[in-house]
Design a protein around this ligand. Sequence first.
Ligand code: PFF
Length: 444
Amino acid sequence: MKRDGFGSKLGIIAAAAGSAVGLGNIYRFPCELGNNGGGAFLIVYLLIVLGLGVPVMLSEFVIGRRTQKNPVGAFRMLRPKSGWPIIGYLGVICGLIILAFYSTVAGWTLEYIVKAVGDQFSGKDLSVIEQEFSDFHNLGWKNVLWQVVFIFLTAFVVFKGVADGIEKYSKILMPLLVLILIVLAIRSITLPGGTDGLSFLFKPDFSKITGSVVISALGQAFFSLSMGMGVLITYGSYIKKEDNLLSSSVSVVLADTLVAVLAGLVIFPAAFSFGVQPTAGMGLVFNTLPMIFNQMSGGYFFCIIFFVLLAVAALTSTISLLEVIVAYLVEELHINRRWATVVAAVASAIVGVFASLSLKNGSAFSIGGNSFFNCLDFVSSNILLPIGAFFIVLFVGWIMGKSEFFAEVTNEGKLKMSIKGIVFFIIKFLAPVAIAIIFVTGLF
Ligand code: PFF
């Protein structure tokens, strides 16, 4: 069977960056940073992303391109009749879990596009905007409706296939998103009191670094880079044999980190200026942003463009999540692509509805006092992704081994790469040890 492939070098970087850049950067990153002590979290986060991001991403790309398969098939092909495909299954399940709660927030972006077009923010005080946000997610049915619409949109693109779907959208719109974030950051920093937000972001209070901060940073790093669950194995399987996997990984990690830091520069100065608590969680983004637009000339148009781009960024991420499940169903269970897409979309929508409804005040869908939404988020990001990433680097370092790794990163010797030995050393020794230490100390 001929597999889809990405058309160009930019195509693969754009598609992987499209998966990486999303609500994780613009919505989840500020929430986590705000709840975990600001600057201290940022430092731990940057250390993890820069130290572990490239080795883990490269390992996933190597496994994917070597085997040209989905995560389950890839491990099965490299080590038949072993337990390794379990890591692939874990990834497929994790994809479903993430898609379920991610689509809740993705749905909100659609509601906010409608609000922006209807000019429903202008002239309103923060308290009114906050009240409307909380009324909205207490109205369970509307969340569910937008969520289902979002999953439907995702399924539509996935169904159309990789090359003309994902690549086309990512290439143009991601750079535009970066541009608009820069404009917003400038507006936010120049608001009265905005510099307090900069201090919150860049003046770390090291006494705030605790086990839970560290594990949150680890989870956020993997979540933001779409690592640890086989999205990048799947995308790696679509990368052409002549592309440079190492430089692609570096580009994606840097692009993703840039967007997260930019999002911080947009949100925190404005939050401090308007008096939104950094610990406000969901409201941090959905309430602060409309307030920024209210303070800008042309704010009406910026607001619409921003929420459209946010929705697109979320879409390129949900596409990658659905694609992992679909690639598995098509290649391993031999279901045709149309049915596989329907099955995966319906399954994630069913779980997702409970995630959405669990955010209503007094909802019955909670576990141990935490909403079902938060439980799905915690289990996938802070537990399953680190476990997945740990076994992925372990596999490449110890099972796949040096010669196969070198063959794949150097495109069978065609690329001269003097640092491949160091990179392999990091994958074999440093990365698994670091992930294990951070995970275990963080958890206990
Ligand atoms: N990286 C995406 C974001 O930051 O929004 C979310 C995500 C996509 C996580 C795909 C995990 C994944 F496999």
